[in-house]
Design a protein around this ligand. Sequence first.
Ligand code: SF4
Ligand code: SF4
Length: 213
Amino acid sequence: MKAVEVYHGCENGQPGLGIRINLPATVQDLLDAWQPLCDDQTIFKQYARDKHALCKDCQRNCCNTAYVIPDLVSFRHMAEMLGTAYDDFVVRYFQAEKREVGLLRLIPEPCIFLRDNICSIYPVRSLICRFYLCTPLLGQTEQLIYKIAWSGSAATQVFARQQGLVPEAGPGASSFDRLFLGLLDEYRNSPGVASFLDARDYRDISLHHFLEE
Ligand code: SF4
Ligand code: SF4
């Protein structure tokens, strides 16, 4: 039995995709099961050409508008791949006005790493980038992948504050920023965040931290 299985099904009359987790399983197992979906032309993708194209051919590339706070594994790997120290990395690649209010958002619109409609750091891109798929998700699948991605982002925020890379939330935060900061704070003491803080790789992070009891 595979650690993570993707299944096709129907909910409220709408076809979609779901996942089944067979513990023990790790975030890497989930990524291994999820990645082929980007290259799968049989599944419905709301924004793709003809609703079924490859993500890499997509003209409405979601990287143009994405709000990306990288998870901590990705944050570390990106800095390593770019050969930059963390303080330099955040200054060069993260939005200055968000850093001032304590948030680490990649420079957007389009994402600073998008070149000719292709991600220039593809092997180390963040979980939120890896998981996004414009197709309906079944059961608890969406909640699960957002919980994992948010835990990873919250771990980056905790790490960045520990390292003095960003201040505590500042006075200039917009209501949207405050919403993000509040969500990230909700996650910060969770076992999933602790797991990201200890991990060097997605294989080090068990999915059991993110499953409902
Ligand atoms: S997930 Fe993103 S890249 Fe893929 S088809 Fe949808 S909008 Fe395009
Ligand atoms: S990091 Fe890569 S995949 Fe993620 S939004 Fe930026 S260009 Fe797109």
